[in-house]
Each structure stands twice: as C-alpha cells, then as structure tokens.
Design a protein around this ligand. Structure first.
Ligand code: ADP
Ligand code: MG
Length: 263
C-alpha cells in the first residue's frame, strides 16, 4: 500500500472545474475552480458540509453532467471530447456508481440488478449469471441472490449496489454519500467493503461524504468548502487515531478536530 510506484497514472484529473447553476434570477456557484489529481488505486474521500459541492463534483467526474468551464480527464482523456457513444462506454465500463439511496431496480432480484450492466456490456446470460453470483458472494450476499430490494436491509441493498458497481471491472468507483442512509455499524461495514474492493481489485474509490468514519479508510482526504478545495490531506498526516473513527458517536470528536482548517 505504501509502496512507491515508479510511474504514476492520474486516473482522474480536473482542471479549474467550475459549475454555475442558474435558476431564474438565482445564480449558484456550486464549484468555483477545482483542480484535483487522483492516482490509480487511491481511496479518496471528498469531505465537506452539505451544500459544499460534493455531489456536483461527483457528477462532473462521473460524466453525468458537464462543467460550466474547465475540464475533467479520465485516464487523461478529456471527457468533453467524447461523443455520446464513447461517453456511454465510459459510464458502463470504466466507472461504477454508488448512491446514498442505493438506486436498485425494485422489480429485479439482487442478481438481476448486478448482471444488468454486464448485459449492457455484451456478456452472455450465462457469463453474467456466473459473474453476478461471484460478486454477490464477494459482498457477503451469496444467500440473497434471488431477493428483491424490498426483501433486503439497507446495508444489504448497498452491498448489492457495490456488487453492481463492480460488474464490469471498473477502474473507478464513484460513491456519493454511500453510508448516508445507514446506521453506524452498517456504515462501517460498507466502508470496509469498499476498502476491500480497493485493495483487492485496485479499483480507485472516490467517495463524496461527510461521514468521518470514512477518514480512516482514505489514502487522501479532499476537504471541500463553498465549491473550492480547502485543502488535501494524506491519512498519514491526519492527527487522528484510527481506533477513534466510527466509535461511540458519528465520526468521533477527534476526527472532527482533524477536519478543522489549519490557522
Ligand atoms: P453537496 O453534495 O456537497 O451537499 P451539492 O453539490 O449537491 O452539494 O450542491 C452544491 C450547491 O449547488 C448547493 O448550493 C446546491 O443548492 C446547488 N445545486 C446543486 N444541484 C443543483 C441544481 N441541479 N440546480 C441548482 N442548484 C443546484
Ligand atoms: Mg451531495
């Protein structure tokens, strides 16, 4: 994990990304110039209070929305230069998405939810089923393959979403508040599972969150405030004790202390 790589690949790079939302008279500067470089295999948390621009940045990096100005590069390819077909390919193969509210398809079983992106990617039904079962086993749901979302707990639904995100062996998992709807213990399990995917499959994990439990899993934490990067910290530099994260209270006080801007 701490090994120095000789060659560093930026799997994601943003250059002066700005996003302005206009609603009638009202203008919201959601992102005010974000420069960010994320390396292959990193586990990154984008931390910031509600309304700071995390989801907006998530949408830009995931090719789900376009910046007002500036550029997003995935694997050093400018996303704005992609045509509709290439963009669809990127979203299907290169990136797995995880959302706060799980976003599973309610009428489909866990297995069908996981195999759907594989079908889009051209796998045969048999290949998709085998791979889907494998992935569900990997997230601890080998015995819930035929359950539908309403027959699963929140944590289990998020596990299905993680398996679905991994369906096409993505380079990047983008997670927007993946623990936002989960209790402390379940949230911690989901973070561990994401961390496991990250270390076993070298998938880059980028998670927008204000869950301090995420700090201990992250290689780097990008603190964002009012649409700007406030600062970027390496976990090693954080003044936190790993054991304190996700303790008796949400995040623990020490982690919150670490989150304060340096004077
Ligand atoms: P976060 O995810 O950190 O809570 P968001 O990225 O969702 O923050 O929002 C950043 C700012 O942009 C907020 O002030 C929000 O109200 C505004 N915003 C987000 N999405 C839209 C939208 N589609 N239209 C107008 N304003 C938006
Ligand atoms: Mg958000």
């Amino acid at each position: 994990m701490t090994e120095q790589k000789t060659e560093v690949t930026n799997i994601v790079r943003t250059k002066d990304v700005k996003k302005i939302y206009r609603m009638g008279e009202e203008v919201v500067e959601a992102l005010r110039g974000v420069d960010l470089e994320i390396q292959e295999g990193e586990y990154i948390s984008i931390m910031g209070p509600s309304g700071s621009g995390k989801s907006t940045l998530f949408n830009m990096v995931g090719g789900l929305d376009k910046p007002t100005s500036g550029s997003v590069y995935i694997d050093e390819v400018d996303v704005a230069q992609l045509d509709a077909y290439e963009l669809a390919w990127l979203r299907c193969r290169k990136i797995g998405y995880i959302f706060q509210s799980f976003n599973l398809i309610p009428v489909m079983t866990a297995l069908e939810n996981v195999t759907l992106p594989m079908t889009f990617a051209g796998l045969t039904t048999d290949e998709a089923r085998d791979k889907g079962v494998e992935l569900l086993k990997r997230v601890g749901l080998g015995d819930r393959v035929l359950h539908k979302p309403f027959q699963l707990s929140g944590g289990q639904q998020q596990r299905v979403a993680i398996a679905r995100a991994m369906a096409n062996d993505p380079a990047i998992i983008l997670a927007d508040e993946p623990t936002g709807n989960l209790d402390l213990k379940t949230g911690r399990e989901i973070i561990e599972l994401l961390k496991q995917m990250n270390s076993e499959s070298n998938v880059t994990v980028i998670s927008a969150t204000h869950d301090m439990k995420m700090l201990s899993a992250s290689d780097r934490i990008v603190w964002i405030r009012d649409g700007r990067i406030d600062r970027i910290e390496k976990r090693a530099d954080l003044d936190i004790h790993i054991g304190d994260i996700g303790g008796d209270q949400e995040g623990g006080v020490k982690a919150g202390e670490a989150g304060k801007p340096k004077e």
